[in-house]
Design a protein around this ligand. Structure first.
Ligand code: ATP
Length: 448
């Protein structure tokens, strides 16, 4: 593979071929900026989400999960500044009428598609507007939320009143966000409907730097958990002029995608902007009383923000590998192998179980027995007896299954166990039935 864009095309093709991700509304020609996850994609996405939730919510005592409604009172977006300011610069070609984001094209005067002159441009608000209820007027206007963050700020008082937390504490949420992007592109990278995993961590203003640095490390820890290659992640200190209106400091974590180094996650110091705005607009007191210091103030906020779909894409790009290895039929014969070198923690299936041949009932019976035993301990295990064994290995390689267990005649005739094939090296080992579960668990880094 020579060109970098070819890699993205290959990943898009694999995603469709194997049931990770399909184009949204595909049978009607699609809907730009929307993607549908298939069985493998949803398993990968859920694994990422669960790892995130475990690290940032379940393993801690200072984080409170919420799941706020996507539709919110329009005043939320007036207070947050999105109604007036959540826009990107739009330019339209005078000839072909194609539209572009002015800050994403090389020459803001020349159409990248036909070379003609571009119009003068305007700000385009990216929020999807909708109407709530039967009466269509200004008062029933609402929006599909463009970020999950506001769902947490508006619930700040509910958390204080019901959970009685002490500062510092945080709120966490995973959910859909919608942005009418001018130019959705690069597969899952820039979509119009996507998922975010966000934290709003509230601190005493005097201590914001400590928490900022702490979450910077936590974010790196998460990237390690899901197996992203360290050297492909870059930290970028965002200059004041480029920061969002609410941010006093921002670090972008960029990832080396096949189409360039682009933002994967953001870490922002939002100060007291949001709670103050919501206090002003709602007339509800959103301050915090520190019992020990006997002081009342509006906490400041640190926001680690993660795109879930961008994580799926980064993981697929990181894992996509092509190499040459001897085929199973003839070790002299070299053939191209495509595989996903997924970290076992995110792989949709951890183990695949096959009978060596599909027309031998005694092999199938034994394979089914072993499959059931493994599945009890490792639920993400799949049984595969489709096609010949070579095809099954290829299929499991392409979906990133780390281990394949094959039941052959030796298993039933000599009782010498099964073969376990490692996805990355292609090497097989014979493992006794008694040790099998422990061996597999160790390989996929689980101790239970
Ligand atoms: P960009 O500059 O790429 O448009 P942003 O800075 O506007 O992104 P944020 O508002 O900080 O993004 O959103 C937080 C996270 O949500 C991003 O780091 C990214 O992972 C994800 N995200 C934002 N926009 C999209 C999108 N259109 N499609 C998929 N994920 C997105």
């Amino acid at each position: 593979m020579n060109k970098k864009e070819d890699k993205l095309d290959a990943i898009v093709a694999l995603s469709k071929r194997r049931g990770f991700v399909f184009q949204g509304s595909e049978i009607y020609g699609g809907l730009a900026g929307t993607w549908d996850y298939g069985p493998l994609g949803i398993a990968l996405k859920r694994n990422i989400q669960n790892i995130w939730w475990k690290r940032f919510v379940d393993d801690r005592t200072d984080m409170f999960g919420v799941d706020a409604a996507i539709l919110m009172n329009q005043k939320v977006w007036q207070a947050s500044g999105h109604a007036s300011g959540f826009s990107d610069p739009l330019v339209e070609c005078k000839k072909c009428k194609h539209t572009f984001r002015a800050d994403q094209i090389a020459d803001p005067k020349k159409c990248p598609d036909c070379g003609s002159e571009l119009g003068s441009g305007k700000q385009f608000n990216m929020m999807f507007e909708t109407q709530v209820g039967v009466v269509k007027d200004e008062s029933s206007k609402s929006y599909l939320r463009p970020e999950t963050a506001q769902g947490m700020f508006v619930n700040f008082k509910n958390i204080i009143d019901t959970q009685h937390p002490k500062l510092p504490f945080g709120m966490a949420q995973v959910g859909k966000a919608f942005r009418n992007e001018i130019a959705p592109r690069d597969f899952l990278f820039r979509a119009r409907e996507f998922e975010q995993m966000e934290i709003e961590y509230f601190v005493n203003p005097k201590e914001w730097e400590k928490s900022f640095e702490y979450f910077r490390e936590q974010m790196k820890g998460f990237m390690k958990d899901v197996g992203l290659t360290d050297s492909k992640v870059y930290e970028l200190e965002v200059l004041e002029a480029d920061r969002a209106h609410y941010s006093k400091r921002t670090i972008d974590f960029e990832y080396e995608f096949p189409f360039g180094k682009k933002e994967l996650y953001g870490l922002a110091y939002r100060g007291d902007f949001d709670l103050k705005q919501h206090s002003d607009f709602s007339k509800v007191d959103l301050s915090y009383y520190d019992e020990e210091k006997k002081e009342r103030f509006i906490p400041h906020c640190i926001e680690p923000s993660f795109g879930l779909d961008r994580t799926v894409l980064a993981i697929l790009c990181d894992a996509y590998t092509e190499d040459e290895m001897g085929s199973e039929k003839d070790s002299e014969e070299k053939e191209k192998r495509v595989f996903l070198k997924l970290h076992p923690s995110v792989a949709p299936f951890k183990v695949a179980v096959f009978p060596l041949l599909r027309n031998k009932p005694e092999l199938i019976k034994k394979a089914e027995e072993i499959f059931k035993t493994i599945k009890k301990e490792i639920p993400a295990t799949v049984f595969d007896d489709n096609g010949n064994i070579g095809k099954r290995y290829r299929r499991q390689d392409e979906i990133g299954t780390p281990l394949c267990v094959t039941i052959d005649f030796e298993t039933i005739e000599k009782g010498t166990g099964v073969t376990v094939r490692d996805r990355d090296s292609g090497k097989q080992e014979r493992i006794g039935e008694v040790e099998l579960i422990q061996y597999l668990l160790k390989k996929i880094n689980r101790t239970n």
